[in-house]
Design a protein around this ligand. Structure first.
Ligand code: CS2
Length: 500
């Protein structure tokens, strides 16, 4: 291969001789979508679908403006800015090969902390018809303990005090919608692409709680002019590693400072409820349905919770990647038990879905040895994920008097994981917004009071009041402490031999 080429708009023609590139004229695209949160997942999913659509050159109104919301997004902002919004998507196929393409759908990039007004104005501009979000499960400011919007969050208090220089998505959306109302413009659709049951409903409830506090007169306008479709999003997108960057240089001679890697599988199921038009994403594989709830439930409680199982048990066992964990027979047997005996009965009302095939496909996807999805990534922010991925299953099983043993074991394993050491005594780095609380409670738990961990109400709500759960959890906690993860997983599996 000749010299490496730096990825940017100017070099695109040259790069298109090496890998597939946008064939559409990016300079002709209007910005129809503002997207908040330009991490890997957005770039492997919505931006990819939209790029595929834009290859139909008759479509010019759906360029994406990517917004970096947080000061910690400086790096991705600078990188994408230097590359004119372009990046390489590297799909890690099952046979080990890479499918590489440059994605061109992000045509503008803004850094909110540097210029909040610019972001508000962009969102208020009439050509923008949809605001999409990937702000993570924790970004919705929902408090599990009070089951409502967290009004005490310092970032929210900041936004109330400084409406024109907000920090949170709620501050931005409120100001932009207020401006649209004042300008006599149409509303827009707010589309969450995060892993939350009823992500659109959650966005609406949280936003209206905020608006009710700061701009009560805007509530009725939003009810009428803004829609919040629920959606199920899916594509496993590990963090990009230095090896991935190097591989792109070696295989294609392209210098891309931040390519995105992902699995071949992708799915996007969306409720067709858009107040101001939408792209024909169905032309490139998205599904529009009337009720997305069944799909969401299935994905969150099997795929995402499955990840949590593999992540927590895998981390304690000393594994670094998800494929390593799923190739450990006892861990995958545990996962199958959990899926079959505890999750499947809660999904009884799913119509038209072949659950057995879905579960089998998940094990295959988790096992893709080329993906190298990091256990660190999966375990990060568990305090926001577990209440969404795992605890609804527990609640439903407690109500119906079904098995909760595997979930209780998982929670005990998480409590032990939160001590920050794996079974070999090696350090585990815990990345979590409430890492200190998790650690403090984990320490109390390890000093003869396992249930102390369940006292974290923002995660567990009132779960500590369920005697049945507490008993199963305590017994699992003691077993793991006494026997280690491997042996106690084996014992639990053996006690349930006839259930799979
Ligand atoms: C993962 C998800 O963050 C997690 O814990 O389960 O990021 C998962 O990879 C995606 O939702 C896949 O669609």
């Amino acid at each position: 291969m000749e010299h490496n080429i730096k990825l940017n708009q100017k070099s695109l023609t040259e790069i298109s001789k090496r890998i597939s590139c946008p064939t559409y004229d990016r300079s002709q695209l209007k910005t129809g979508i503002v997207h908040i949160g330009i991490g890997g997942f957005h770039r492997a999913h919505e931006a990819y679908y939209t790029d595929q659509l834009l290859h139909n050159t008759a479509i010019t109104e759906w360029g994406i403006c990517g917004v970096a919301l947080l000061p910690s997004d400086t790096n991705i902002y600078n990188t994408l800015k230097a590359q004119d919004g372009l990046y390489t998507l590297m799909v890690k196929e099952f046979d080990g090969s890479l499918t590489k393409r440059v994605i061109g759908s992000i045509t503008e990039i803004l850094f909110a902390p540097a210029n909040p007004i610019e972001v508000i104005q962009k969102m208020a501009s009439p050509e923008v018809k949809i605001v999409t979000l990937t702000i993570t499960e924790g970004g919705y400011n929902y408090n599990e303990a009070t089951k409502s919007f967290d009004k005490e969050n310092p970032a929210i208090l900041h936004d109330i005090a400084h409406p024109s220089a907000p920090k949170t998505v709620f501050g931005y959306l409120t100001q932009a919608l207020k401006l649209r109302k004042e300008n006599g413009s149409k509303g827009f659709t707010i589309q969450s692409c995060d892993n939350i049951q009823g992500n659109g409903d959650m966005t609406k409830t949280m936003l209206l709680s905020y608006v009710q506090m700061v701009e009560p007169s805007l509530v009725a306008w939003i009810e009428e002019h803004v829609s919040f479709p629920n959606s199920m999003v899916d594509r496993i997108t590990p963090a990009t590693s230095p090896n991935d960057i190097e591989r792109l240089q070696t295989e294609a001679g392209i210098d891309d400072a931040w390519p995105v890697v992902c699995e071949p599988f992708k799915q996007w199921v969306i409720e067709d409820d858009f107040v101001n038009g939408r792209p024909l994403w169905e032309a490139v594989g998205a599904q529009f349905v009337e009720d997305v709830v069944p799909y969401e439930k299935m994905k969150l409680s099997l795929l995402n919770a499955g990840h949590t199982v593999l992540g927590v048990l895998g981390a304690l066992s000393g594994y670094a990647t998800i494929d390593e964990a799923v190739h450990d027979t006892q861990i995958s047997t545990f996962l199958k038990h959990y899926m079959d005996t505890e999750v499947t009965p809660t999904l009884a009302d799913l119509e038209g879905v072949d659950l057995e095939a879905y579960k089998a496909s998940l094990l295959q996807r988790f096992g893709n040895v080329n993906i190298k999805d990091q256990i660190d990534r999966i375990c990060s922010e568990s305090s926001a994920k577990i209440p969404i991925f795992v605890l609804p299953t527990v609640t439903s099983n407690l109500e119906s008097n079904r098995s909760i043993d595997f979930a209780a074991f998982l929670m005990a394993a998480w409590a032990i994981y939160s001590l920050g050491k794996d079974d070999n005594g090696d350090d585990l780095i815990i990345k979590d917004a409430i890492a200190t609380t998790l650690h403090d409670k984990a320490v109390v738990a390890s000093n003869g009071n396992p249930t102390a961990f369940l006292e974290i109400e923002s995660v567990f709500g009132q779960l500590k009041t369920s005697e049945r759960f507490v008993a199963a959890y305590t017994s699992a906690y003691q077993n793991i402490t006494k026997l280690g993860t491997e042996k106690s997983v084996l014992n639990l599996n053996n006690n349930n031999l006839n259930t799979i």
